[in-house]
Write a protein that binds this ligand. Sequence first.
Ligand SMILES: [Fe+2]
Length: 174
Amino acid sequence: MTPQQIHLVQAIRDVVRREERAERTAELVAEALRPFLAVPDLLREDQRTGDPGSYTQHVLHVEPDGSFSVVALVWLPGQRTPVHDHVAWCVTGVYEGVEHEQRFTVHDGSSLVPTQQVTNPAGDVCGFAPPGDIHLVRNACTTKAISLHVYGADIGTLGTSVRRTYDLPVRAAV
Ligand SMILES: [Fe+2]
């Protein structure tokens, strides 16, 4: 880890050890993450590398007790996630570029209903916790986008924060 990453992990650890309810933990971690989005040397060059095949996850830290993980996601232009939800609370912060998030609810277990849309430029943070955390995230700019994600889970073991993906038709918003 870079020295700045060590500082970031310590700030997150201080919050997670308070053992608040998940939504509150996510809010506090978001505030802890926010100032690091303006640190220019936070990531090593290899942690800023994208892959033309898919958005790329670089694991920066997994807490030894599995209570949280920190990753950098690198998105090349046009790259996106599937519609998905999460195993635990999540915090995202845009480090470079612009990301767009489309949130959904599931209708009758058979279709997706779009709800809020959020466009997040560099510096924006967002924290949330299941349930009601179904979304799709994409790079919304013409250059590389990088975001930092903190998950209340052991990504070293799980490999991903995704609980499940939703391959359902999207119906008009009501
Ligand atoms: Fe997500």
